[in-house]
Design a binder for this molecule. Structure first.
Ligand SMILES: NC(=O)c1ccc[n+]([C@@H]2O[C@H](COP(=O)([O-])OP(=O)(O)OC[C@H]3O[C@@H](n4cnc5c(N)ncnc54)[C@H](OP(=O)(O)O)[C@@H]3O)[C@@H](O)[C@H]2O)c1
Length: 262
């Protein structure tokens, strides 16, 4: 199967690092123009420079803080002013801090809800009319396998991920008739900065070494290893393709078999 995204523009939120960056590289390699969004401008510039420019396609970036509705609204306004159709939207950001739900502060839920759900709603609503006019849209949400089974020690994340799953399914139901698909990619443990910080936090809390925690986590994965960000990105690129046009409203775990149910 040859995937071509020539003529398509993708907005990749959280695109300057980790799974978002790998997805951006995958989409650009398939010929898409890519716009990255995140908070740190230096990292964004560096990430844009690392994107392949197939047949001279130019890429760009937007500084946007998904924790801040005002920042999201002003980035959206700037996007609308440019009158550029976004055909592919990747909703993605850093995950909420870990910890058991018994110790979670109420404010952590507000913050995670803003970052991972309210901002996604604002951005998706803004790009939806353009997708509808184009008769083509791909909305891909990077969530977590906790959509299917809550993960130990991630109380706030488990809660918000469940909401994001139903949010996406509702968007899928309402937009399929316009040639728009909405799907969720659920990464398992993936070798990114996020994973490093989770392992370090677990080590600090348990008194074990980083190596011990790493081995314990790998043992939970039937594949016996963590994912590479590029492996998660491959699912994103496929879902963004013309070929995936009849797949909507689903979750795709990319987790080496770790999720204990189908
Ligand atoms: N890695 C894993 O093992 C794993 C497993 C399951 C689920 N996930 C989920 O997958 C998603 C991506 O994870 P990752 O490992 O790729 O994370 P990562 O390596 O930490 O990258 C996060 C990206 O999001 C951006 N970002 C973070 N907070 C933001 C904010 N408030 N506004 C705008 N951009 C923001 C970061 O750039 P700036 O900091 O410059 O903004 C960066 O580009 C997360 O939701 C994570 O929970 C990851």
């Amino acid at each position: 199967m040859i995937i071509s995204l020539k003529g398509k523009t993708a907005l990749v939120c959280g695109g300057s690092d980790g799974i978002g960056k790998a997805s951006a590289i995958g989409l650009a390699s398939a010929g898409a123009r890519v716009i990255l969004a995140a908070r740190n401008e230096d990292k964004l510039i560096h990430a844009v420079e690392s994107l392949p420019d197939v047949e001279g396609v130019s890429h760009g970036y937007m500084v946007m803080d998904l924790d801040d509705a005002v920042s999201v609204a002003s980035a959206i306004e700037a996007l609308i002013q440019k009158e550029e159709t976004i055909h592919i939207l990747i909703n993605n950001a850093g995950g909420p801090p870990g910890g058991p739900i018994t110790e979670a502060e109420a404010d952590a839920f507000h913050k995670a809800f803003q970052r991972l759900l309210v901002s996604a709603q604002m951005i998706t609503s803004a790009v939806f009319p353009g997708m509808k006019n184009a008769g083509f849209g791909r909305i891909i949400n990077i969530i977590s396998t906790s959509v299917k089974v809550p993960l130990h020690g991630l109380g706030v994340s488990n809660t918000i991920r469940g909401a994001s799953g139903n949010w996406a399914k509702t968007w899928a139901n309402e937009t399929a008739r316009y040639g728009i698909t909405v799907n969720n990619v659920l990464p398992g443990a993936t070798s990114t900065e996020r994973l490093v910080s989770i392992i370090q936090a677990k080590a600090a809390k348990s008194g074990k070494t980083v190596e011990e925690i790493t081995e314990e986590m790998k043992k939970e994965v039937p594949a016996g290893r963590f994912a590479k960000p590029e492996e998660v990105a491959s699912a994103v690129v496929f879902l963004a393709s013309e070929q995936a046009g009849y797949i909507t409203g689903i979750n795709i775990p990319v987790d080496g078999g770790r999720t204990p149910n189908l």
